[in-house]
Design a protein around this ligand. Structure first.
Ligand code: AMP
Ligand code: MG
Length: 487
């Protein structure tokens, strides 16, 4: 029997609302992540598709599960909303996985909750498939993110701009606690709850902070450090989250709530895909600054815990923010050095990276392929890289500088090449492929493209001939300009 241990449900009553998933008419299994289920220790090895569909639609509740919706607030596009909460998500409970890590299992699209406001609590099939693909891509790319455990269709339709087939997505997270969870209680001046939440977060995600002189400051530092690392990793693969509202930032440091997220095709530093991001607040290159802004909102909530003296508390919080601002560019540079196959540090490295990015930008070159083809160039096969650019003179000049610089590395070229290929993916979940598989599923009930892509994105650092179609950037008519929210 699957062992649930629901620590969040044991927090004070005002943290959650107990709520059962709403039954759906005719659930059918689209996908079930068996290796992940095994990792979680779920006792489902004997369950057939029909039973899995019942479980992951919310029609059947596993023993030990205590379904609930979590309360949270959040800054949405900079404006504070004191009450959001799980309006279309229901936490089934927590399990301790086979490696001893506590993991949340949550249904998304499983019906209304006390936090639904005017929403229907449902999810359309398209966003369910998108989140499944992108979560598993992030995992394969080695970037912390919530995982996909299952997807089902409901046999019901949801009303959006048009009627669409409904789905339920099951995700697994280290926790679903967000910056906005702290904000919910800070907005109510509920210091007791902030402390209880912080203690829970320390126990769950930052146990070392307990030993620090000031555990709450250490927790804030830990969260800031995890976010910094996460955003640097996003930038390295051209990922744009799309809605970095404070309610979509997990304190665990995992990527969460993939709404209108997208990966860059051609490199444009201020690229925005999301249809709702009119001001470009969450553009690719704005993400580090936004992460820092979100951490500042978190720090404000924690002031009463940091020090009794307001000025001391503010000074500590500002220290964390200043540290973020100072450290991010260093981490970014080390990441891009790694993409260029450089282990050592030299003063001119930043210019070398920036100049390449400038060339990629000016030539409107595909971000992912440029770095992947640079791996070939490191092996002596320069033409595939070079021929992506229009200004050959400039890229030749750059290549000569890079070669000279790489010549001063101590690591063997062969070893550096392996590292480069393990850093620069060949396959990212390209927007046009995602749109294509969603269209096949929604319009024709054909899930083959979804399953095909799932196989391809599982091996992002290999160039297998059978997956070469997933490496290709979009042709003119395939280009995706806008992505839409999960709702
Ligand atoms: P998100 O777009 O996932 O960041 O959600 C923002 C807020 O809107 C959260 O409080 C969600 O629970 C809520 N929400 C989004 N879609 C729905 C829906 N279909 N029904 C109810 N609440 C929703
Ligand atoms: Mg959200």
């Amino acid at each position: 029997m699957t062992q649930f241990d629901n620590s969040y449900a044991r927090l004070p009553e005002r943290f959650t609302a107990a709520v059962m998933p709403t039954q759906v008419k005719a659930p059918q299994l689209i996908a079930f992540n068996k290796p992940l289920a095994e990792e979680l220790g779920l006792d489902l090895a004997d369950a057939d598709d029909a039973r899995l569909a019942q479980i992951f639609s919310g029609n059947t509740i596993l023993q030990g599960s205590e379904p609930l919706a979590m309360a949270y607030a959040g800054h949405q596009f900079g404006g504070f909303v004191p009450q959001l909460g799980d309006g279309r998500a229901i936490l089934l409970g927590e399990v301790v996985d086979t490696s001893g890590k506590r993991r949340d299992i949550q249904l998304k699209g499983s019906g209304r909750t006390p936090f639904s406001r005017r929403g229907d609590g449902r999810a359309a099939l398209g966003p369910v498939l998108r989140e499944y693909i992108v979560s598993e891509s992030m995992y394969a790319l080695g970037i912390p993110a919530t995982r996909a455990l299952a997807a089902v269709t409901t046999g019901e339709r949801v009303q959006r701009e048009t009627g669409l087939p409904g789905g339920v997505f099951t995700r697994v997270a280290a926790s679903h606690i967000r910056v906005g969870t702290f904000q919910f209680f800070a907005a109510r001046e509920d210091n007791e709850a902030i402390k209880a939440l912080a203690d829970h977060v320390i126990d769950r995600h930052y146990p070392d902070a307990r030993q620090a002189e000031n555990p709450y400051l250490a927790m804030l530092q830990g969260i800031a450090a995890h976010q910094l690392e996460l955003i640097a990793r996003w930038l390295m693969v051209g990922f744009i989250h799309g809605v970095m509202n404070t309610d979509n930032m997990a304190v665990s440091g995992e990527t969460i709530d993939f709404g209108p997220c997208a990966f860059l095709d051609e490199y444009q530093p201020m690229k925005v895909f999301s249809s709702i991001d009119a001001q470009g607040r969450y553009a690719y290159n704005n993400q580090p600054g936004i992460a820092q802004w979100n951490i500042a909102r978190l720090a404000e909530c924690l002031l009463p815990l940091l020090d009794e003296n307001v000025e001391n508390a503010a000074e500590m919080a500002n220290g964390v923010l200043a540290d973020f601002a100072k450290t991010f560019p260093q981490r970014w540079l080390s990441g891009f050095r790694q993409k260029l196959g450089l282990d050592t540090q030299e003063d001119d490295d930043e210019a070398l990276v920036q100049d390449l990015l400038e060339q990629i930008k000016l030539g409107e070159v595909d971000f992912t392929l440029a770095f992947r083809r640079l791996c070939d160039a490191a092996e002596g096969n320069v033409e595939p890289f070079r021929s992506m650019f229009i200004d050959l003179h400039s890229i030749d000049t750059w290549l000569a500088r890079w070669k000279e610089r790489a010549g001063r590395e101590v690591t063997l070229p062969k070893e550096r090449l392996v590292n480069m290929r393990a850093t620069n993916p060949a396959i990212i979940p390209r927007n046009h492929r995602i749109e294509e598989l969603i269209a096949a599923a929604v319009e024709d009930g054909d899930f083959e493209p979804f399953h095909d892509m799932l196989k391809a994105i599982a091996k992002p650092f290999e160039e297998l001939p059978e997956f070469s179609v997933y490496m290709q950037p979009p042709m003119g008519h395939e280009r995706v300009f806008r992505t839409f929210c999960g709702t």
